[in-house]
Design a protein around this ligand. Sequence first.
Ligand SMILES: Nc1ncnc2c1ncn2[C@@H]1O[C@H](COP(=O)(O)OP(=O)(O)OP(=O)(O)O)[C@@H](O)[C@H]1O
Length: 265
Amino acid sequence: MGTRPIPPNIPDRARTPVQRDTALRLVGGYKRFHDTPVLTGVDLTVHEHEFVAVTGRSGSGKSTLLRILAGLDTLDAGTIHWTGGGSSGRPHTGVVFQQPRLMPWLTVGENIAYGGRFRAHRDHFDAAHATGLLSRFGLHDLAERTPDQLSGGQAQRVAIIRAVAIGPELLLLDEPFSALDPSIRADLRGWLREVTAELDMTVVLITHDIDEAIELADRIVLLGDTGTIRDEWVVASAPTRDCLRREIFGSYSGAVGADPVGEPA
Ligand SMILES: Nc1ncnc2c1ncn2[C@@H]1O[C@H](COP(=O)(O)OP(=O)(O)OP(=O)(O)O)[C@@H](O)[C@H]1O
């Protein structure tokens, strides 16, 4: 890769394809809705502290995959092997969706502290640490505001801090910036990268935006039309970002109805 903009003081932690412990391994993931198969044999491994972006055309099953990883939906066949995790057998997971889903009657600080009530070991949840994250990641001015006093971008930043404040072993992000104005998405990506790198998180991001995937992820996985993983790329192994973009788009275009954001000219 050429010179990727790295925020100051952020270690370029997982940009090189080093061997890492496995955080999760999905084998033969199969899911259908009624009689229609959506995932037909997804094999996906995510390593600890790795940032994986899953992309694919609309309807390819990206959100279904994320919901399964989040425990919000179940596989019809196949297995997920988790490393770590408490008595539940699965890791503690933070999830952020396209909409921030903040509780409107609570302040930003309360929203973040309240998230800790859902933590498995809630007695150990440190509310001061949680609100301290607001300061650490530049949101201290927002702590006393209610969600209706936030811009869309601010609300989504708060939603992300709420998710990481519970100290998740796995952070799942489903198109977190797609509802936002393109002009602020770039800022948010840089900020998200700073947060996840500094906290050394294991992340799975669902996005249909190839540029977003390239900017944020260590590895990019393309979900094809047939419900399986069609291709994957280690970002650090690509000679240049443009080269990678062309390669992903080429693979994307092989899929019927390709619709990646930021189609190369
Ligand atoms: N609860 C459900 N019941 C029936 N069909 C569903 C359900 N959830 C998803 N589907 C269908 O499964 C397919 C995959 O949906 P999914 O939302 O996972 O795709 P996606 O890749 O995330 O799409 P998009 O990029 O448009 O959000 C779609 O055809 C969708 O209509």
